[in-house]
Ligand binder design. Structure first.
Ligand code: SF4
Length: 353
């Protein structure tokens, strides 16, 4: 039995839109994703959180850039990250693949926005203290799939194990994203899988003998793990605003059934690709999709004569409506006329009756 690799990013793409998954991971032409400004900002913030503890020092250390220290308080952290952003803007001027800004002033708008985001982020994280683990890799096999990826952070708070994922972008959190996102589901199972295979890791998370019950024995999703989506951009929203968007942390849990649905989604995506049953699912979400340019190209292939594929699905033949494909053979013009004539005569006879 061959094992198919499914990373968190693959699952995320398939969950967002099957066409996006196809273009990113299956299309033999490997179309390039767009460098959208939101993604560039997201990577910078992600990297900053990951390195926060390493680069945080005393004023003296950071002034002398000693031991890799670069900041010592919220203000110096914000300045440092804003400086990084300016370097990205400058590098982009000469870059071959340019960042796509949503408007002319966006780069400067983000720069000023980073000040409040970074100040809030620094204070909040310093207040919480460092996590037990960060950027934890995982890889395990369930049925015919290898599931793999990285978890942003694992923390322990008030005796609870917290699995945290940092997200940048619009900080408004919907109940469906929070309670059903397959990414968080996979993180829950993954922590169980690591505990199952690593006694020391399980001990650190106070899982002890319970670890043997993970990986479907009978626990897949441990409801005692608290899952968190941490919205970095919430610090841009005034604290007195009466909206949940001003709150960075959103908590949820998962149960086994979430995981079964995730496996079903993977299976259905594989089946759809195998059958060539993939088509664009255009809508509001497309504006923030990094595969939108190659995706637009599929429109030009619809209704073109069916191109016999030589290798795989080179000609996007999955996008051709099935009635235009040669298997089953297309209805010939003469046959079509005959069929329409028969229908017309039948209708006439019926009206005479
Ligand atoms: S542009 Fe829209 S339909 Fe096309 S791949 Fe992206 S999300 Fe899917």
């Amino acid at each position: 039995m061959s094992i198919a690799k499914w990373s968190v990013s693959k699952i995320d793409a398939a969950n967002y839109c099957k066409m996006r998954y196809y273009l990113k991971y299956i299309d033999p032409n490997r179309p390039k994703p767009a460098r959208l400004s939101a993604y560039v900002k997201g990577s910078l913030l992600h990297e900053s959180i990951e390195n926060l503890w390493k680069k945080n020092g005393t004023p003296e250390e950071s002034n002398k850039k000693k031991n890799g220290k670069r900041y010592y308080d919220a203000e110096s952290f914000a300045k440092y990250i804003q400086g990084k952003w300016t370097s990205i803007i400058i590098a982009d001027e000469k870059a071959k693949e340019k960042i796509e800004w949503s408007n002319e002033n966006e780069k400067w708008f983000i720069r000023s926005q980073l000040e409040s985001i970074c100040k809030g982020l620094y204070s909040s994280l310093i207040n919480e203290g460092p996590p037990i683990y960060s950027e934890i890799p995982f890889s395990f096999v369930v049925k015919k799939w290898n599931l793999n990826g990285r978890i942003d952070e694992i923390r322990k708070k008030d005796g609870k194990i917290i699995i945290r994922d940092y997200k940048s972008g619009r900080p408004w959190m919907g109940e469906m994203k929070l309670d059903y996102s397959p990414q968080l589901t996979l993180y829950n199972i993954a922590v169980g899988a690591i505990c199952f295979g690593n006694e020391e890791f399980a001990r650190k998370l106070s899982m002890g003998e319970k670890r043997k019950r993970f990986m479907g024995n009978p626990i897949w999703a441990n409801q005692d793990f608290q899952l968190e989506l941490y919205m970095t951009d919430s610090f841009y929203i005034p604290k007195d605003a009466k909206t949940t968007a001003a709150n960075p942390i959103h908590k949820t849990i998962r149960k086994n059934e979430h995981f079964f649905m995730l496996l079903k989604m993977i299976e259905e995506t594989e089946y759809a690709v195998q059958k060539g049953n993939i088509s664009p699912d255009w809508g509001r979400k497309c504006d923030s999709c990094d595969m939108k340019h190659p995706c637009k190209g599929t429109l030009d292939n619809i209704n073109k004569p069916y191109l016999e594929k030589k290798t795989g699905q080179r000609f996007f033949d999955f996008a051709i409506p099935s009635f235009l494909k040669s298997n089953p053979p297309p209805v010939q013009e003469e046959q079509l006329k005959l069929r329409l004539r028969k229908r017309f005569v039948a209708k006439k006879l019926k009206s005479i009756d």
